[in-house]
Write a protein that binds this ligand. Structure first.
Ligand SMILES: Cc1cc2nc3c(=O)[nH]c(=O)nc-3n(C[C@H](O)[C@H](O)[C@H](O)COP(=O)(O)OP(=O)(O)OC[C@H]3O[C@@H](n4cnc5c(N)ncnc54)[C@H](O)[C@@H]3O)c2cc1C
Length: 462
């Protein structure tokens, strides 16, 4: 239902106003759940969905118009129900309804889902607010949360959900003269970031060899230039199976409370699944529902060891590419258009309109641009993001475990620096990448869907 709120965003009707900051997949799924829950309760409720790009393709992942950028999760796991997104695709004449369709289609599905839900939400109402929130304070003695927009407006809400996604990629690996160089692409997902390098005819260096690199390589590869992709390990993401088997649930991990014990149990689970299914993938997929619990069982020293010794191998096996993307990369490598290797940038020197890059193993590359494909920064403190910096400064939030993201309760509520002394604390929730320190696996849609449902219920007190 379209509400007529006052200038603060609050509707004149009774009922809570919930500010959802961020209109990517997480923000949209949260708004949808809030509207559905409020309707089921028969209570009025206003959802403010706030994002500079609200109403456009949701978030960087689903903004791409390149049809080679496909989902890396099967369509059946992306919708609000297993049938929902495949049915949406089918109704629009798409054939690949159970595979890995173009990501932009999922973006359109989310926008349709939101519009349909809002149109049928009875007493609940949705208001889209094009703005970037730079701080959250309190008004009326702490009774109302005030969301300060970059535009200068202040929105008022009874509760806030942070759905701001991943932080931009970290840049600390890049030498200072590269960071300030026009040859550096600090964030390939920033709108238009790749336009100039796409047109240039020079070789390029992609730093990072994960899923972002895969997308960037597919977009930038062409005859006449070589894409050099380096990372410390030089490992590419594995491919999904062409005909995936269902997940195999792991045995109980009772007693596997240390990293060493956990590694042994996981290896046994993978070996047993290989024997029974001829593939390791169903074993990894079966770990998905228990991964957060296992992460939480590890002590801080073991979590650090996991991050430094196991993370890369875990990510390349857990976050896999669609078979078509893997085949396309293989073809580029076969043609010599993409070279993937272990390597670390240690030096960069401007060289006319290009840059010479020295790698730790002594190699030197001359490239027209260096594209940062290292993936999102995880430290909120290091990110410099105005909203998150403000939340930490006001004590409404504190860094998450190992300094990753923000610290949250099991229902997604932010843990403030000191709960008793911060007005408004306990009425701010988060989902998605911000919860990585607590949950570890929290950035993909299947996890975000579950969080959006749980957060909506917690916010409305269900
Ligand atoms: C290239 C790429 C491909 C991916 N492919 C898949 C896939 O196939 N399957 C899968 O499950 N997952 C995939 N992912 C993981 C992806 O992170 C999630 O699917 C999903 O996009 C995360 O949604 P989000 O809303 O949490 O974050 P985002 O999509 O990043 O959206 C966050 C939104 O918050 C807004 N925002 C940030 N700060 C503020 C602020 N202060 N005020 C207002 N608005 C703000 C941003 O403008 C943005 O629109 C992919 C990720 C990437 C980067």
């Amino acid at each position: 239902m379209l509400m007529m709120p006052d200038e603060t965003g609050r509707a004149p009707s009774a009922g809570p106003t919930v500010g959802v900051v961020g209109a990517g997949a997480a923000g949209i799924l949260t708004a949808v759940n809030l509207l559905v829950c409020a309707k089921l309760q028969g209570e009025p409720c206003t959802v403010l969905l706030i994002d500079p790009a609200v109403g456009e393709a949701p978030g960087p992942a689903y903004r791409t118009t390149d049809s080679r950028h496909v989902l890396n999760t099967p369509a059946g796991r992306m919708g609000i129900t297993p049938r929902d997104f495949p049915d949406w695709l089918s109704a629009r004449g798409h054939q690949d309804v159970h595979g890995y369709p173009a990501r932009r289609l999922y973006g359109r599905y989310l926008l349709d889902l939101l519009a349909d839900t809002a149109a049928r939400s009875g007493t609940a109402g949705l208001r889209a607010v094009p703005d970037r929130i730079t701080g959250i304070g309190t008004e009326h003695g702490g009774g109302v949360l005030a969301l300060y927009g970059a535009s200068g407006r202040t929105l008022c809400a009874d509760a806030v959900v942070l759905a701001v996604g991943g932080l931009p990629p970290g840049r600390s690996w890049a030498p200072g003269n590269l960071r300030s160089s026009p040859c550096f692409v600090p964030d390939p997902w920033a709108p238009g970031a790749l336009d100039r390098v796409a047109a240039a005819g020079t070789d390029l260096l992609l730093v990072g060899t994960g899923l972002t690199m895969a997308d960037v390589a597919l977009a930038l590869a062409r005859h006449g230039r070589v894409l050099h992709a380096v990372s410390r390990h030089g490992l590419l993401p594995q491919s999904h199976a062409v005909r995936p088997a269902p997940p195999v649930a792991p045995p109980d991990f009772d007693g596997a409370d240390t990293l060493d014990a956990l590694r042994r149990s996981v290896r046994r689970h993978v070996a047993a699944t290989r024997r029974t299914h001829g593939d390791w993938r169903p074993a990894l997929d079966g770990l998905r529902p228990v991964t957060s619990g296992l992460w939480q069982r590890l002590n801080p020293a073991d979590r650090d060891r996991f991050l430094s010794e196991d993370l890369r191998v875990w990510e390349t096996h857990r976050h896999r590419m669609a078979p078509a993307s893997a085949a396309a990369l293989q073809e580029l490598r076969g043609e010599g258009l993409l070279e993937v290797s272990a390597g670390e940038v240690v030096r960069t020197d401007p060289d006319g309109e290009q840059v010479r890059v020295g790698l730790r193993d002594g190699r030197e590359l001359r490239v027209g641009a260096v594209v940062n494909c290292t993936g999102p920064e995880t430290s909120v403190a290091a990110s410099g993001d105005p909203l998150l910096t403000d939340l930490l400064a006001r004590g409404l939030a504190r860094p998450g475990p190992r300094g990753i993201g923000l610290d949250t309760d099991p229902d997604g509520r932010l843990r403030p620096a000191a709960r008793q002394t911060v007005p408004g604390a306990a009425r701010v929730w988060a989902l998605g990448a911000l919860r990585r320190g607590n949950l570890f696996e929290t950035t993909a849609v299947p996890e975000i869907k579950a969080q959006a449902a749980a957060v909506a219920q917690a916010v409305l007190g269900l």
